[in-house]
Design a protein around this ligand. Structure first.
Ligand SMILES: [Zn+2]
Length: 212
């Protein structure tokens, strides 16, 4: 996909997330890696009304090359791209159910959401928790860097998920799967639940050649 098609595709994904209530107000941001940097949704922009020509274009170091000023969460994307060289797209949301889980006390910091379904294991994998940081705290980038190499998706405490993938479509599907599984997790609270066991996860990992 060339840059102009990628720009259109980012706006289309943003509209889809917004129209389904997964990105409200000006929350959420989407980026795609380019040969010479990356495209990111601008700061204070609704994902429902993005303009392909005004997306922020950043160089590899995260400096603005063209377009509107980037999302204040650009550093999250930069930290993930630095650690995940095969990642070409990142979606960060404040989606309701995943954000609700991110606020729960007593989460397993290595697996915030248990492996309830095969599709969660296949599209998201293990979901570690990044401890709470105030918006814009540079220490958040360090915390993300520490875990991003080993995880496709991360959950920021009291905030929301950051999901990466090989392309924008697969990243979008993973972000949606994460949100839906967060909803299942909340629905099942208090009910005896049987997550997939280690052998079932190992079978999926081998059958679908899953990478961390
Ligand atoms: Zn955020």
């Amino acid at each position: 996909m060339n840059e102009s098609a990628l720009r259109e595709h980012i706006c289309e994904c943003g509209r889809s997330l917004h129209d389904r209530g997964l990105a409200t107000g000006s929350s959420g941001n989407i980026s795609v890696r380019l040969a010479d940097g990356w495209l990111l949704t601008p700061t204070n922009a609704s994902l429902g009304r993005l303009d392909p020509a005004r997306l922020s274009k950043l160089d590899r170091e995260g400096n603005l090359v063209s377009g509107d000023p980037p999302s204040k969460e650009a550093f999250l994307h930069r930290a993930v791209y630095a650690e995940r060289t095969a990642a070409n797209a990142i979606i960060h949301l404040h989606s309701t159910h995943a954000a609700a889980v991110s606020c729960m006390a007593g989460l397993d910091a290595c697996d915030c959401i248990p492996p309830l379904t095969a599709y969660f294991v296949m599209k998201v994998g293990r979901l570690p928790l990044i401890p709470y940081h105030r918006p814009g705290d540079p220490a958040l980038a360090d915390a993300v860097r520490g875990l991003a190499a080993r995880h496709r998706a991360l959950l920021l405490a009291n905030h929301g998920p950051v999901v990466s993938g090989a392309d924008l479509d697969s990243t979008l599907y993973a972000a949606e799967e994460l949100e839906e599984t967060a909803k299942l997790f909340l629905l099942l609270r208090g009910a005896p639940t049987r997550p997939l066991d280690a052998a079932q996860i190992a079978e999926l990992t081998a059958a679908f050649k899953l990478e961390p």
